[in-house]
Design a protein around this ligand. Structure first.
Ligand code: G1P
Ligand code: ZN
Length: 545
């Protein structure tokens, strides 16, 4: 065991979901080691009585995943951990890691991922710590880790050969046990416990056709095992099924822009019944019907309204939680079901307390994230399987299910416009001006709408009372329309401005417009109120979802 002298490295502040940086930064001298030591300094590798703790370790397989895993293992051993459960090849999807943490009642886990950000020698890498409940560390914990990084003087590491992570079974590293496990089997068993696999097998056997795009990322082996092997979907249903260190050059973010091939197929002449995609680390999902795109906010609402059709949720839901920028479609379902609903800041970590306290069963974000209390992360394949279970029971197309949903609840037209890699000072100046204007906005007429309220979203956690401020600027209109502005907390280059746009149509007319068309006045108002072009020099977003 060696103690290595080091010095603080600037900028090791975890964002929305862990510490994410360009891979060369993470590979820089002491960079990974400083952050991992800060994790162990805060959470401790030993219990109070001196006994070593148990952790889970895995990642999405991106470039540097394998090397980083060996460093983290050697540091865990040197810090006194008793046992680490590692996915074979250092691979675990984020939801599977969350499940293993819970299933084995461990003391938490380290996940190596930059989620949907591209991977490779010049792309992104990330590390985050998840708590014993399986969920991302809350802000108080990540802040304490950051504070350690600014005062760190040394880290502990074992000098040892690599552990052979390709071999399933028990290994030993300087007195620490390393259990290499199949990344898929426990997760697949969990899915089988929640969904009616017999009904799904029958649906596929009856000719139901699906396309799953794993985007050369971590869900490939999970999707092949579950969809093709266990449920009998046709071989080749899952495409881009082999995880690659650079995701095959793809941007593994399941949205209409980056999963364009899937969109083209689903809107093409021989479209299958159902299309889905997942992201780099397997926690996001996109769902597409034949000729119809399902916005994530609508997906959350449809899942909440129909979850009771799946065995794991037949007792009904305790509540539904959504992030603030997510549309209010799920709120309408919660109100109709007479269950609680919650509006949290962006980021999955805010759902953890609600799930742990049994206040919510299903959660979702507009950013292609949906999940439930089965783990403490969003879960791409879970959402896809719940959709399949609903389709198997209702025996309707995705388009018909959406149309029925809108007819019953009305439609929350929704879109997000992203302006990427803006100079940070220009983005900050725009927000300063916007915040300064908020008090004067109520009552203002714009684009035929009247501003009813405007604020900077703050959240008080109903379980532990913690307060999170400055979580996004909201402008609400009296007709139910809404604009939200916030800056991304996961980007690694400059600032990314996200503008979230929403407009409610009660129906029965006007329920089948193109979202961008329906939202046109809201989009114009969003530009006018914030002076987006004047501040950022951009008039068009890079990504529209
Ligand atoms: C983005 C999404 C957010 C999600 C996070 C992690 O964060 O907007 O909903 O929880 O990625 O997947 P952002 O970059 O907006 O901070
Ligand atoms: Zn992800």
């Amino acid at each position: 065991m060696t103690t290595v002298q080091t010095a603080p490295i600037a900028g090791q502040k975890p964002g929305t979901s862990g510490l994410r940086k360009k891979t060369p930064v993470f590979m820089g001298r002491h960079y990974l080691e400083n952050f991992v030591q800060s994790i162990f300094d805060v959470v401790g590798a030993r219990h109070a009585d001196g006994a070593g703790k148990t952790f889970v370790l895995g990642g999405d397989g991106r470039y540097f995943n394998d090397r980083a895993a060996q460093v983290i293992l050697r540091m865990a051993a040197a810090n006194g951990a008793a046992r680490v459960i590692v996915g074979q090849g250092a691979i675990l999807s984020t939801p599977a890691a969350s499940h293993l943490i819970r299933l084995n009642q461990t003391d938490g886990g380290i996940i190596m991922s930059a989620s949907h950000n591209p991977g490779g020698p010049q792309e992104d890498f990330g590390v985050k710590f998840n708590m014993p409940n399986g969920g991302p560390a809350p802000e108080g914990v990540t802040e304490a880790m950051f504070q350690r990084t600014v005062e760190i003087t040394e880290y502990r590491i074992l000098e040892a050969h690599d552990v052979d992570l390709s071999r399933i079974g028990r290994h030993e590293l300087g007195g620490m046990i390393v259990d290499v496990v199949d990344p898929v089997s426990d997760y697949a068993a969990l899915m089988e416990s929640l969904f009616d696999f017999a009904a799904l097998r029958a649906m596929f056997a009856g000719g139901f056709r699906m396309r799953m795009d794993s985007m050369c990322a971590v869900t490939g082996p999970y999707a092949v095992q579950i969809l093709e092997s266990r449920l009998g979907a046709a071989k080749g249903t899952v495409i881009n099924a082999t995880p690659l260190p650079d995701f095959g050059g793809m941007h593994p973010d399941p949205n209409p822009t980056w999963a364009k091939a899937l969109m083209d197929e689903m809107f093409g002449p021989d479209a299958p019944d159902f299309g889905a995609a997942s992201d780099g680390d397997g926690d996001r999902n996109m769902v597409v019907g034949r000729g119809i795109y399902v916005s994530p906010s609508d997906s959350l609402a449809v899942l909440a309204a129909n979850a009771h059709l799946a065995p794991g949720y037949k007792a009904g839901l305790k509540g539904v939680a959504r992030s603030m920028p997510t549309s209010a479609a799920a709120d309408r379902v919660a109100d109709a079901l007479g269950i609680a609903r919650y509006e949290t800041p962006t980021g999955w970590k805010f759902f953890g307390n609600l799930l742990d306290a049994g206040r919510a069963t299903i959660c979702g974000e507009e950013s292609f994230g949906t999940g439930s209390d089965h783990v403490r992360e969003k879960d791409g394949l879970w959402a896809i399987l719940l959709w399949l279970n609903i389709l198997a029971v209702r025996k309707q197309s995705v388009a018909d299910i959406l149309k029925d949903h809108w007819a019953k609840y009305g439609r929350n037209y929704y879109s997000r416009h992203d302006f990427e890699a803006i100079a940070t000072d220009r983005a900050d100046a725009m927000f300063a001006a916007l915040r300064a204007s908020l008090a004067g906005l109520p009552g203002r007429q714009i684009e035929g709408m009247t501003v009813s309220a405007a604020d900077d979203f703050a959240y008080t956690d109903p379980v532990d009372g913690s307060v999170s401020t400055k979580q996004g600027v909201r402008v609400m209109f009296s007709d139910g329309s809404r604009i939200v502005y916030r800056l991304s907390g996961t980007g690694t280059e400059g600032a990314t401005l996200r503008v979230y746009l929403e407009r409610y149509a009660a129906g029965p007319d006007g329920l089948d417009l193109d979202a961008q068309v329906a939202l046109a006045p809201v989009i114009r108002a969003a530009h006018a109120l914030a002076g987006i072009t004047a501040h950022t020099g951009r008039s068009e977003p890079e990504v529209i979802t």
